[in-house]
Design a binder for this molecule. Sequence first.
Ligand code: 5GP
Length: 199
Amino acid sequence: MKTKPLFLVISAPSGCGKSTLIDMLLQEYHDIVYSISCTTRDVRGDEEDGIDYHFLKKERFEELIAEGAFLEYAQVHGNYYGTLRRPIEEVLAEGNSMILDIDVQGAAKVRQYIRNLPNTDPLKIGYVDIFINPPSMEALRERLEGRGTDSADVIERRLENAEGEMARAGEYMYQVTNDDLSHAFKRLCDLIDALSGRM
Ligand code: 5GP
């Protein structure tokens, strides 16, 4: 069945299960491709170049900025992060969909970029953004504490960030609450099916 290629942007505060949900979507939909961001930060843990990120030298990143290669980019903690435009255009031209895992500031830049495109552009036609909410701030705190990966002050900072991000959830076309992983996944699938014309 031929479906409409989507340009999906997903944001969520840290600890909302966004990475898990995106992994589940990639397993479910083989025509959705994950957008690998570029960054100048160092490789962490078992991250791999070309899978988790394209790890670039600062000079190369700045060349790409000058060439206009980025759909959006930002500097976070002294490092550059950015989304390349070309892979998204290519994936959509092939009839597949692209999914971006990006924070609210990055999403706002993507939205601005989309706004300035002609109505006939496939990125504009396929554009959908979704914000994933935690069921509550208490639940988010429990999840962050339960992960056991962050210190108490890092958790406080993440919770403050989460509040700031959730205050901007209204900028998104859709919101899904991750109260239960399988329910949230079902809601995302229903949305994608409806928007891409799978049903
Ligand atoms: P980390 O270094 O922990 O992987 O990511 C740090 C921050 O950079 C996160 O908030 C993440 O959302 C953001 N980030 C990752 N990729 C991109 C990107 O392509 N563009 C922008 N604007 N931010 C990104």
